[in-house]
Design a protein around this ligand. Structure first.
Ligand SMILES: Nc1ncnc2c1ncn2[C@@H]1O[C@H](COP(=O)(O)OP(=O)(O)OP(=O)(O)O)[C@@H](O)[C@H]1O
Length: 302
């Protein structure tokens, strides 16, 4: 239902030299699925995500949401279409001098919901979905990171979108809070059938959440597979990220000791810089989506 067709986005660097942030990407994202996009820092993941709602308009190519080519829409039609596409960010992007209620209500005001009572009812519904009704009158500074992200999710859901774009949604959160936020995203996908697109550099996030995975390198999608492929013994990914995803984590060679030959080997992969951003997969407790994610830590989270 989301179709990116030959999408390219070029920026100019400080010396006016072109940077192909996204380079001829074609990607089909099935309605109701969770699509993960993973890659090196600077691979073009965020730009590609922002291409989907034209927060960053592609230099060339087409973006289709369902039967609508949104790259063709005029400003007013695009404004309407954007209400079908919610977005959350690593830094939450809440308005600091507005309460939780006012933050969520803002998206409804922008969407043109005129009736105040109607807005308030929809705010209450959205806050209920992420279990944060007790913080309605709080300001963002009075919330934890996880609570802020839940408010941001409520804000994105208030207009009842078909698509939820998530740009590094858990990168600023600790592992326990990460598990909680991922569970909400999984539940929202299951319950409302919302298509979720998640950009992240966190391997365990991709493993826990995504149905389908696209690996980006230097502006291109270089490999695609399904999460279920990662559990097939015969699956042999081409990219180092794919190999990391099927491995149990990083194996480090120690001087004078033989390597185990298992896991992801940063020395062998020439992957040092990248690896500093990545943590070993610590949670082998992740269950398939639809079950509780990270069941071991779930009890005290909500
Ligand atoms: N507004 C911009 N102006 C100029 N260059 C940009 C702009 N936005 C992104 N870029 C460049 O485009 C490339 C892709 O950036 P992008 O943020 O999409 O990558 P990313 O994979 O999301 O990386 P990260 O995980 O570090 O956020 C990078 O080289 C980046 O410096």
């Amino acid at each position: 239902m989301i179709s990116l067709r030959h999408v390219s986005t070029t920026f100019a660097d400080r010396n006016k030299k072109p940077i192909a942030a996204v380079d001829d990407v074609s990607l089909e994202i099935a309605a109701g699925s969770i699509q993960g996009i993973i890659g090196f820092s600077g691979a073009g993941k965020s730009t590609l995500l922002r291409n989907i709602n034209l927060l960053e308009r592609p230099t060339s190519g087409q973006v289709w949401i369902g039967n609508t080519e949104i790259t063709e829409l005029n400003a007013e039609d695009l404004r309407q279409a954007r209400h079908q596409i919610g977005m959350i960010f690593q830094g939450f992007n809440l308005v600091n001098n507005l309460t939780v209620l006012q933050n969520v209500e803002l998206s409804l005001k922008f969407a043109g919901v005129k009736d105040r009572q109607d807005r308030r009812r929809r705010v209450a519904e959205a806050l209920e979905i992420v279990d944060i009704t007790d913080k309605t009158q709080n300001y963002p500074a009075q919330l934890s990171g996880g609570q802020k992200q839940r408010v941001a999710i409520a804000r994105a859901l208030a207009t009842k979108p078909q698509v939820l774009l998530c740009d590094e949604p858990t990168s600023a959160l600790d592992p326990f809070t990460t598990a909680s936020v991922l569970q909400y995203l999984a539940d929202i996908n299951t319950e409302f059938g919302i298509t979720v697109v998640v950009v992240t550099h966190e391997m365990e996030v991709i493993k826990a959440l995504a149905d389908n995975i696209a690996v980006m390198e230097a502006g291109s999608v270089v490999e695609q597979f399904q999460a279920s492929d990662l559990r097939r013994a015969a699956f042999s990914p081409r990219t180092s990220i794919g190999r990391y995803l099927v491995s149990d984590g990083i194996s480090v060679r120690r001087a004078g000791q033989p390597g185990t030959g298992e896991g992801f080997d940063p020395a062998a992969e020439s992957f040092h810089d990248y690896d500093q951003k990545f943590e070993p997969a610590r949670h082998d407790t992740a269950e398939p989506r639809g079950h509780k994610i990270f069941a071991a830590v779930e009890g005290g989270l909500r």
